[in-house]
Structures are given as C-alpha cells and as structure tokens.
Design a protein around this ligand. Structure first.
Ligand SMILES: Cc1ncc(COP(=O)(O)O)c(C=O)c1O
Length: 213
C-alpha cells in the first residue's frame, strides 16, 4: 500500500525512461507519447541539449532564494516579454498558481480603482485549477464539492455568450476581469467562437481591463 495521498485516479502504468516521442514503462513496453504532461512539458524526452543545460545548471547552483537576482531568470523574462508584447513576467510552478496570480492581479487592479469588492466573470464548464480560489473559479461542482466555503467574487456566464458578458460588465461596476480558456478541456472540448476569442484577445491586450467593457 503506497503512502502517497490518493488525489488522482492513476492508471497502473509507470514509465522508466523516454527518448524523443517514445516512452518505455517499467515492464519494458514502449509507447508513443501523444500526451506528454497535461498540456505541459511538450519538449519530448531525453533531448541532448535540454539534458546538458539542466545538468550544467545542477552542477553550478540548484536553488537560491527570491532574495537575490537570478540573471538567467531575467534573461528569460526579457525573451518572453519580447515574444508576447507584454511588459512583465511572473514565474510560478503550475497552472493554478498562474491563475491565482491573475486573480490577485485583477483584484489588486480593482482596489487601485477604488473597487472594494472586485468581481471576475468566469465561464460555465471552466477548469482553472484545484487551489481554493481557482476551484472557486472552476465551473464544475465535482472540483468544488467538499471544499466549501468557496472564494467569492466570481460571476458565472455560459461559454461563448458575449452578450451575457457585456450585459454583466455593463451593469456591475465591480467587474475587473474576464477569465476563460480559449479552448475548454476538462468540461468537454468547447472552442471559443471567433467573435468571442477575438474580443477576449483584444480585451487582454488592453492594459488594465476596465469595468463596462
Ligand atoms: C485549463 C487549465 N487551467 C489550469 C490548470 C491547472 O494547472 P496545474 O495542474 O498545473 O495547477 C489545468 C490543469 O490541467 C488546466 O487544464
């Protein structure tokens, strides 16, 4: 019996190593890896350049605290800012931390605008993670059940319903952000309509999303 906390319905397969797009399990069976991480770590397995870079860094320094500058981190932030056209980068370890940061930044923006109780519009069937705020933003009771009380400050609308968002953002002056997946995955595969995603992208590009969009 494993002492690992049971938080995930895992398949009875464990992998020992991989090469490119292929992975080998502990029984020696070889699989084509068409999944990788769940939408992450999609660089393939055992690439010599990546292995060399990780090994070289591990031989120099594994960790320093956030109390000090990290030149490589700054270099990567510059590159990401150049590629994305955004001003600043926040590094974190997971999707839910990224979404937590987005929620906090939106609320912070709201408070700067004099909004004491900022609200974020979220979608039905959304999935945003399993921390307390992100499961509250998630539109699936299964992720929330047993963890109430949920974090407040989310207003839910049907996916692809641009009119509903406009109406709520128009009459609710506390709305500071809209949070959505361009392609929903966990709640079934739902793709944003062209109008909906174009509007979302232009709203995202705007610096500081204002109420009354
Ligand atoms: C759309 C979406 N958002 C957020 C998350 C949470 O990411 P993480 O598991 O890295 O915290 C996931 C994870 O599958 C996801 O699919």
């Amino acid at each position: 019996m494993s002492h690992l906390m049971n938080t995930y319905a895992r398949l009875p397969v464990a992998f020992s190593h991989g090469d490119g797009s292929w992975v080998t399990d502990t029984e020696g069976k070889i699989y084509l890896d068409a999944l990788s991480g769940i939408a992450v770590s999609t660089l393939g397995h055992n690439h010599p350049d990546l292995v060399a870079a990780i090994a070289a860094q591990a031989g120099r320094l594994l960790h320093t605290s956030n109390l000090y500058r990290m030149p490589q981190q700054e270099q990567l932030a510059d590159k990401l800012a150049d590629l994305s056209g955004m001003d600043e980068v926040f590094f974190c370890n997971s999707g839910c931390e990224a979404n937590e940061a987005a929620i906090k930044l939106s609320r912070f923006y709201g408070h700067q605008q004099g909004i004491d109780s900022p609200a974020i519009i979220v979608m039905e069937k959304a999935f945003h993670g399993r921390t307390l705020a992100t499961l509250s933003a998630t539109g699936n009771r299964k992720a929330q059940a047993g963890f109430e009380p949920l974090v407040s400050g989310f207003v839910r609308v049907p996916y692809n319903d641009l009119e509903a968002i406009r109406a709520i953002a128009g009459h609710n002056k506390n709305v500071v952000a809209v949070m959505l997946e361009i392609v929903q995955g966990e709640g079934g595969i739902h793709i944003a309509d062209v109008d909906f995603s174009a509007w979302s992208a232009s709203a995202l590009r705007r610096k500081g999303m204002a109420p009354g969009l």
